[in-house]
Design a protein around this ligand. Structure first.
Ligand SMILES: Cc1ncc(COP(=O)(O)O)c(C=O)c1O
Length: 481
C-alpha cells in the first residue's frame, strides 16, 4: 500500500472506529495496528511486516491458524445455499450437525446447545439456563451466582458482574459497578497458588481456596444460590492452572447444595490446554459448558451454552433469543474448524508442543524479573516481578509487561502483556521450532527491558504482591497496540 494511503487509512481508523478498550492516547501515539492477512501461524500487517502470532489473533481465538481455505469454502457454500435462519422454532441441517458434533466432543451428557454470538452472550445464557432449570424444578428462588475473583467472563453486564477484579482488567470490572442489581453476584478465592490469599502451599493447604466457594454459598443462603461459574484454567487472570483435585472439590460443593456448575471454556475449549476441554484434565463434567472463540477458530462469530441432557429436558421454554443464534454460515465454519482439529490431531499437537514450550519457558526463570512460569497445553504465562525472591511486584503503572511485549513485537513475535504477566496462546498448529523462536525472542526482550527497568528509578517503584480485590488495573491493550 502507498505510504500516503496507509497513513490516511490509519488516521481514518482512529477517527472513525471506536476501538475496544484502547485509550485514544495510545492510538494517537503509536497508531492502530492494521493487519492485512494471515497464513498458518503468521500475521502480516499493512506496513508489510511479518509476525509470528503466539496469541491466536490476540485473544486466543484462531486455533486452526490463518488461511484455511477449507473453512472459507464451507462458509461460502453455506452462504450460497442458505445464509440465514430465524432463531424461533427454525434451524438448519448445518446447525443440527454442529449440535450433534458438540454433544460428541464434550464430556459426559452435555448434549443440548443454545447458540449465540459471543462468549459474553453465552455466559449470560448459561446463567439464565441455570435459573430456568431451578424455576422448572420448583426452586425458582435460586438466582445468585458465585464466581471467582480474577475471573473473566465477558463484558455484557451479567457476564461482567461475574468477572472479578484482576490487575489486567480492573478497568473493565469497574464499568460493572454496581453489578446487575438484584442478581446476587458473590465472589470466592481463585486457585492461584503463587498468590494464595491464605498464604498456604499445595498440597498441605487441603485446597482451602475451594472452601471459599462453599463459604460464599453458605454466606448467600444456599437455597438462593443458582450456580457457580469457573474457568477450568483461568485465562485472562494469567493462565492460572488449578492444583489437582480443585475442580473435583468444586463439583462436590455444587452437588452438596443443589447448585449448578458452569464451566466457562471460552478460552480452554477445543484443545487449547492439550485436551479437548479444560475440564477433561480434571475429570469433571459441568452442568453447563460455555464455548466461543475456538469453536470457529475466529473465522465467524459464534458461541454456545451447552447443557447436560437432564437440564435441557427440564426447561419447557428458554426465554433468550438472538437474531443470529445458530447462524448457518457460522455453524458451517465451526464444523469445518472442528473437522480440521480432529483430522490434524491439533489437540495432541497442543499437548506435545505445549510441553516443549513450557520446558523452554522454564529457562527464562534465570531472568531477575521472572517470578513464575506456568502453563498447560499451548497456553502459558511468564509472570514478572520486581524481586521474585521477595515476592515483590513492579508498581502497577511501571508497565514492564507492556515493554516486554512491545520489544517482542518489534522483533516479530506477538505476545500479550496482562497485569504484569506475559501470556502466550499460540494457534494449535504451532511447531516446536516456532515455540523455540517465541522463547528466543522473549528471552531477548526480557534482557533488554530488565537492564532498563532495574536501573531506572521511576519503574523501580515496587509494591508488595497485590491481592486486594478492589485495587485498580489498566486495560492491557493500552500499552499493547
Ligand atoms: C473465559 C472467557 N469467558 C468469556 C469471554 C467473553 O467472550 P467474548 O469476548 O466473545 O464476549 C472471554 C473473552 O476473552 C473469556 O476469556
Amino acid at each position: 500500500m502507498h505510504t500516503d494511503d496507509l497513513a490516511e487509512l490509519k488516521q481514518d481508523a482512529i477517527d472513525k472506529i471506536i476501538f475496544h478498550a484502547t485509550p485514544k492516547a495510545v492510538l494517537d501515539r503509536v497508531g492502530p495496528w492494521v493487519l492485512e492477512r494471515g497464513e498458518g501461524a503468521y500475521l502480516y500487517d499493512a506496513d508489510g511486516r511479518e509476525y509470528l502470532d503466539a496469541l491466536s489473533g490476540g485473544v486466543f481465538a484462531v486455533l486452526a491458524g490463518y488461511g484455511r481455505g477449507e473453512i472459507a469454502r464451507a462458509m461460502y457454500e453455506q452462504a450460497r445455499r442458505l445464509p440465514y435462519t430465524s432463531p424461533y422454532a427454525t434451524t438448519s441441517a448445518v446447525a443440527v450437525d454442529l449440535a450433534r458434533k458438540l454433544a460428541e466432543v464434550t464430556p459426559g451428557d452435555l448434549s443440548a446447545s443454545f447458540f449465540c454470538n459471543s462468549g459474553s452472550e453465552a455466559v449470560e445464557a448459561a446463567i439464565k439456563l441455570a435459573r430456568h432449570y431451578h424455576e422448572a424444578t420448583g426452586e425458582g428462588r435460586r438466582y445468585k451466582v458465585v464466581s471467582l475473583r480474577r475471573a473473566y467472563h465477558g463484558t455484557t453486564m451479567g457476564a461482567l458482574s461475574a468477572t472479578g477484579w484482576s490487575p489486567g482488567f480492573g478497568f473493565f470490572r469497574r464499568a460493572a459497578d454496581p453489578v446487575v442489581p438484584g442478581a446476587g453476584y458473590t465472589s470466592a478465592m481463585p486457585p492461584y497458588c503463587l498468590r494464595c490469599e491464605f498464604g498456604l502451599a499445595f498440597p498441605s493447604c487441603g485446597l482451602a481456596c475451594s472452601t471459599t466457594i462453599e463459604q460464599a454459598i453458605l454466606g448467600s443462603d444456599p437455597e438462593l444460590v443458582s450456580c457457580v461459574i469457573v474457568e477450568p484454567v483461568m485465562g485472562t487472570a494469567g493462565c492460572i492452572v488449578p492444583p489437582p483435585g480443585y475442580l473435583t472439590k468444586v463439583r462436590e460443593i455444587c452437588d452438596r447444595y443443589g447448585v449448578l456448575l458452569i464451566a466457562d471454556e471460552v478460552v480452554c475449549g477445543f484443545g487449547r490446554t492439550g485436551s479437548w476441554f479444560g475440564v477433561n484434565h480434571f475429570d469433571v463434567v459441568p452442568d453447563i459448558m460455555v464455548v466461543a472463540k475456538g469453536l470457529t477458530s475466529g473465522y465467524a462469530p459464534m458461541a454456545a451454552a451447552i447443557a447436560r441432557r437432564e437440564i435441557a429436558e427440564k426447561i419447557p421454554v428458554f426465554f433468550d433469543v438472538h437474531t443470529y443464534g445458530g447462524h448457518p454460515v457460522s455453524a458451517a465454519a465451526a464444523l469445518a474448524n472442528i473437522e480440521i482439529i480432529e483430522r490434524e490431531g491439533l489437540v495432541d499437537n497442543a499437548a506435545t508442543v505445549g510441553r516443549h514450550l513450557l520446558e523452554l519457558l522454564e529457562g527464562l526463570r534465570s531472568h531477575p524479573i521472572v517470578g513464575d512460569v506456568r502453563g498447560l497445553g499451548l497456553f502459558a504465562a511468564v509472570e514478572l516481578m520486581r524481586n521474585p525472591k521477595a515476592r515483590e511486584d513492579f508498581a502497577p503503572d511501571a508497565g514492564v509487561d507492556n515493554q516486554v511485549a512491545a520489544v517482542a513485537r518489534e522483533m516479530g513475535v506477538f505476545v500479550r502483556p496482562l497485569g504484569g504477566t506475559i501470556l502466550l496462546a499460540p494457534p494449535l498448529i504451532f511447531t516446536k521450532e516456532q515455540a523455540a523462536r517465541t522463547v528466543e525472542v522473549l528471552d531477548a526482550a526480557l534482557s533488554q527491558v530488565e537492564s532498563r527497568v532495574l536501573g531506572d528509578d521511576n519503574t523501580n517503584a515496587s509494591r508488595p504482591v497485590q491481592i486486594d480485590e478492589h485495587a485498580d488495573g489498566q486495560p492491557d491493550s493500552a500499552a499493547n497496540p
